[in-house]
Design a protein around this ligand. Structure first.
Ligand code: ACO
Length: 397
């Protein structure tokens, strides 16, 4: 007979932690962040140093393999990523077949999971070391082309072929049809570095949760893209720009927007402000603000949205509502202004975030698969519904 009392004792009590504010879902050696001090490090290296000295592809290597690459390792990795210079035919056709009104994130997520059909041997949840290396290079390479293809197709422009002789970011810019100086390419590369990983955020946790069921890496990453799409997460970069646009169209009075954000009867939030973990400042926002000034100066762009954003920031930082709740600009507050200056359509902003986050998702997926303590993610609940009820026949209800 089943000993219910013993079973209950073994299971223990269940805690509820809405939004997992204080629940660790895993142990990880990839990214460290201290929300109070505003510290972010990838594999121990401060984000400020990586943004200044490294490249996105070098940071991707660091996240995945744990150490900065030697020159030979970097050259070989770059070559491997660049070898993915074409999408399977059906993926390009899928991108073309979507209605023109489709959101680019819907296309990005769909074609990422669809890639699984082209690489059936890589759907194994426990790939060999060689296969894991392949998956990493493949998804970095292919997602770069996917991003550019979505942008070209949804704006009615012909595709530009990948050029494996260019660096990752320069090739991406060329496929997007952007002509830019080295400084602007560096600024975009920095943006990708700043987005590359951020420990157990909503999309990364999603990648781990889906991957924990032994779903393929393509399914796990596609699910991560879906989670990123939400406006409380990566989708905030699109919403920030739409908010600035709305304020600008209404005459530029940003103080009204601040008042709305403070009104608890209004669902409006100051997009690009606040963070679950950073309660002092977001170190990425500081770097992005600087990059934003550089890009606009280099391109000779005078963007009125930047003035509104700076006005919003200054006023909010001096306001008791925002001060008492430790609300500061996050990574998304200024990134959209850079993307806009580069001519990237607003609805593509979150795909740009996904491009940057790809190495982090993949490194976290690999770490999860290689951790022997990994179990299927399956939280419990506290049931609050009806107790046992007798079934009433249809005719008697
Ligand atoms: N505007 C106005 N009020 C805000 C904002 C905001 N942007 N963010 C938080 N608050 C308020 C909340 O209403 C709450 O007030 P209360 O204590 O009076 O109820 C308090 O500050 C705490 O906020 P929570 O929502 O409880 O904080 P949480 O950690 O759950 O949410 C989040 C963090 C989702 C980032 C939130 O700050 C937000 O919605 N920001 C706007 C969206 C955004 O920029 N998201 C991108 C985050 S960065 C990223 O994912 C890459």
């Amino acid at each position: 007979a089943i000993d219910i009392a013993k079973l209950r004792a073994d299971t223990g009590c269940i805690t509820i932690d809405h939004g997992f504010l204080n629940t660790g879902s895993c142990a990880s050696a990839i990214t460290f962040l201290d929300g109070e001090l505003g510290i972010l490090r990838y594999r121990g290296y401060p984000i400020e140093q990586l943004a200044e000295k490294s490249t996105f592809i070098e940071v991707a290597y660091l996240l995945n393999w744990g150490n900065l690459p030697t020159q030979a390792e970097l050259a070989s990795f770059e070559k491997k990523v660049a070898s993915y210079s074409k999408l399977p035919e059906y993926i390009t056709r899928m991108i073309e077949l979507f209605p023109k009104t489709a959101h680019p994130m819907a296309i990005a997520s769909s074609v990422t999971v669809a890639l699984s059909a082209h690489y059936p041997e890589l759907n194994n949840p426990n790939p060999t070391k060689e296969q894991k290396d392949e998956i990493f290079a493949l998804l970095l390479g292919q997602f770069k082309i996917i991003t550019a293809a979505i942008q070209r197709v949804t704006t009615g422009q012909p595709l530009v072929a990948s050029n494996p002789a260019l660096s990752y970011t320069e090739d991406f810019m060329s496929m997007m049809g952007m002509k830019a100086s080295k400084d602007v390419a560096k600024a975009l590369d920095v943006l990708l570095i700043l987005h590359a990983d951020h420990e157990q955020n909503c999309s990364t946790s999603t990648v781990r949760v889906v991957g924990s069921s032994n779903a393929s890496v393509f399914a796990s990453i596609s699910a991560g893209i879906d989670a990123l799409w939400g406006p409380l997460h990566g989708g905030a970069n699109q919403e920030v720009l739409e908010m600035l646009e709305e304020i600008s169209n209404a005459g530029g009075d940003y103080k009204k927007a601040l008042e709305r954000a403070k009104d608890k009867n209004d669902t409006f939030k100051l997009m690009g402000f606040g963070h679950r973990v950073y309660k002092n400042f977001d170190p990425r926002a500081k770097i992005i603000k600087k990059a934003c000034d550089t890009v606009l100066a280099q391109l000779g762009v005078k963007d009125p949205y930047l003035d509104i954003a700076k006005g919003l920031e200054q006023t909010a930082l001096a306001d008791d509502y925002f001060k008492s709740r430790n609300l500061y600009p996050n990574v998304d507050f200024y990134s959209g202004i850079i993307y806009r200056a580069l001519g990237i359509p607003t609805n593509m902003f979150t795909v740009m975030f996904a491009l940057g986050r790809m190495p982090g998702w993949l490194a976290q997926w690999k770490e999860m698969r290689e951790t022997k303590e990994t179990k299927i993610s399956r939280p419990r609940q506290v049931y609050t519904g009806a107790t046992t009820r007798e079934y009433t026949d249809l005719g008697k209800r």
